[in-house]
Design a protein. Structure first.
Length: 140
């Protein structure tokens, strides 16, 4: 099987809603938590997740922006992403990635006090597609 491209991976990701976002804590531990990508999966190497600004995850990212994401899809498709995260607090940026489902968590929409968006820019993707596996490296 030929190597998958970023476009191939994006197509596989369309049906995957949840990812595990892992950060490094100030004590050196790895902390993971499930995050919804809100079906925002026209994947170009950047992922967006909404959270509370006062969360441990935000503090971890501001201290050490290296993160990983893992995705489990259909038919034995798995994806591990390594990258750099940044915390975004700009409501204009929120609008590009906001979906109505987020109103269940953030009742005042993008105006909810304390909401933040995490952008993860991938450096490297490692995938498993059945018995085939491969890697895609992204340029910054």
């Amino acid at each position: 099987m030929p190597q998958m491209s970023l476009s191939d991976i994006s197509k596989k990701m369309r049906d995957i809603d949840m990812a595990m976002l892992c950060t490094h804590t100030d004590g050196g531990a790895i902390a993971g938590r499930p995050m919804s990508n809100n079906r925002d999966v026209d994947y170009d190497g950047d992922s967006y997740y909404f959270t509370w600004e006062a969360s441990r995850m935000v503090a971890d990212i501001e201290s050490d922006p290296k993160v990983s994401l893992t995705f489990q899809g259909k038919k034995a498709f798995s994806l591990a992403v390594e990258g750099m995260a940044e915390v975004i607090r700009d409501k204009k940026a929120f609008k590009k990635h906001w979906t109505d489902d987020l109103d269940n968590w953030f009742t005042d929409g993008i105006d909810t006090k304390g909401v933040a968006m995490i952008k993860v820019h991938a450096d490297r993707l490692h995938y498993w597609n059945g018995e085939e596996d491969g890697e895609v490296k992204l340029k910054r």
